[in-house]
Design a protein around this ligand. Structure first.
Ligand SMILES: NC(=O)c1ccc[n+]([C@@H]2O[C@H](COP(=O)([O-])OP(=O)(O)OC[C@H]3O[C@@H](n4cnc5c(N)ncnc54)[C@H](O)[C@@H]3O)[C@@H](O)[C@H]2O)c1
Length: 314
């Protein structure tokens, strides 16, 4: 069949303008989910660390607020950039006064900082249950212009940070403390990878390599941590509107081409941080008690397909 049936699928699909109107309405609905949902206590009593929380439009901030909504006991929130940490702390404390919040300016790829926050959680709360290693940076240079320094820095921030979260987070999660309700070792470590870590076309060489490393770290360490009930998974977001991608969105909106963003995605749209936060909550909570060593794509179906252009053949 010509075009494998895709010509027909495309000819039936909405125009960019129609699709953008639907996207805007759908995103508004998703962003108001938290205001309309009861607190189910999915993270009740859990002590959690989240990195990369400082961006006002970021995945880390959305996840921190959702973790608080679900009754986390104490959130340790880290970012390299301290600018927005006081706002995040007060936002959570105002809305969820039962949740303790500790913020810190820290480099997620600094071993002393990461082992330090794990020790702090053990000292203050006697346990660590969740580590969401989400801090990351993107890069822009094409292959020929990518310097060794850029490559190594991307690997350091994106991949080394996840290695340190797994190494020190799991050591803390192995510690039991019956007096604090932890009879056996357990925990959930969630690493933010990317669809760029699954296949090409979603980032630079250094960024994609760093995220592929993150996906591998989850699989190999899940095996090494066998019989500990410590689970390690990654989330692979597709295109999400955050601080990292904001400039692309602003540019498209200025040019009136925002309707084109996400047009190659099966859902026909980009995503928002709350949708990644929902996946992080799933992986952090007991809802995912048998999910381990997985790379979970949360990308609207983007990574499910080979590239398809009607009239052209792979
Ligand atoms: N936005 C997307 O489309 C997308 C897609 C796939 C994966 N991701 C990943 O999602 C994660 C979150 O990014 P985002 O999209 O929310 O972007 P963002 O830029 O809005 O937030 C990232 C945060 O990480 C912080 N950070 C950067 N380096 C750090 C370090 N060394 N130590 C501590 N904090 C550091 C930044 O200050 C920022 O607050 C990243 O790992 C990113 O690679 C994003």
């Amino acid at each position: 069949m010509a075009g494998g049936g895709y010509d027909k699928v495309r000819s039936q699909s909405k125009s960019a303008e129609e699709q953008y109107a639907v996207t805007t309405a759908r995103i508004k609905q998703i962003q108001s989910q938290l205001d309309n949902s009861v607190r189910a206590g999915k993270l009740k009593g859990k002590v959690c660390i989240v990195t990369g929380v400082g961006s006002l439009k970021g995945i880390g901030r959305a996840a921190s607020i959702l973790f608080a909504h679900e009754g986390a006991k104490h959130l340790y929130l880290l970012d390299f950039d301290p600018t927005n940490l006081p706002d995040l702390k007060s936002t959570i404390e105002k809305k969820y006064p039962d949740v303790k919040v500790t913020t810190a300016q820290a480099d997620a790829a600094d071993e002393a900082a990461i082992s330090g926050v794990c020790d702090q959680a053990l000292r203050e709360e006697g346990r660590l249950d969740v580590f969401f290693a989400n801090a990351g940076i993107a890069s822009r240079d094409p292959l020929a212009d990518t310097s060794v320094e850029t490559f190594m820095n991307t690997m350091r921030v994106n991949a080394l940070s996840c290695f340190l979260a797994v190494k020190h987070g799991s050591a803390a999660m192995l510690k039991t403390n019956p007096s604090r309700g932890k009879e056996f070792s357990s925990g959930s470590i969630i690493l933010t990878a990317s669809t760029a870590g699954i296949r090409s076309g979603a980032g630079t060489v250094d960024y994609s390599a760093s995220k592929a490393a993150v996906n591998s770290i989850a699989k190999t360490s899940a095996y090494q941590l066998q019989k500990t009930d410590i689970r390690i998974n990654t989330i692979c977001p597709g295109l999400i509107e955050t601080g990292m991608t904001g400039a692309t969105f602003d540019y498209a909106r200025q040019r009136g081409s925002a309707g084109k963003i996400g047009q190659l995605n099966p859902l026909g749209r980009f995503g928002v941080p709350q949708e990644i936060a929902n996946a992080a909550l799933f992986l952090a909570s007991d809802d995912s008690s048998y999910v381990n060593g997985q790379n979970l794509a949360v990308d609207g179906g983007l990574s499910a397909s080979h590239p398809v252009v009607p009239g052209r053949w792979a």
